[in-house]
Design a protein around this ligand. Sequence first.
Ligand code: ZN
Length: 164
Amino acid sequence: MEREPMDVATYTENARRGPCFICRFVAGDPEYAHEVVHEDEHHLAFLDKWPVLPGKLLVVPKRHLEHVVTDLSEREYLDLLATVRLVALAAEEVLGGERTYLFSLGSQDGNSHLHWHIARLPHGVPYERQQFEALGFENGVLAYTHDERAALAERLRSAVAARR
Ligand SMILES: [Zn+2]
């Protein structure tokens, strides 16, 4: 799939100065809409708007929590991770590839709302371009059309639903 350059300056400006994009999304603000692949009472999983790898996903608690460990009770933590696992298994089925990367980053200075990333590494990526090298914006992001994105979300939604 084609890649397009990532406007890192605008992305960074929005992350640092804008409202919490996840809370705006949860509130239903159309400006912050994403393709949802799974939703339950406490969690949302959706396609990353700037995918560095095919079908990259985010899983979030609906509540604005920040610390990946200490802001959740053990039960909440395990429920969130169970959701990550559910969506990751569906992603493996739909996207194929050779490995699943799971990570939670964010910053107190931008995108502070706790989020887990799910990224499938496709087959055939040379070792030197795997892991951290596969995850930066330096090589741009995948240029999904609106329809491609919607179709991918639909396949992922079906795969998640089939596992519940
Ligand atoms: Zn938030």
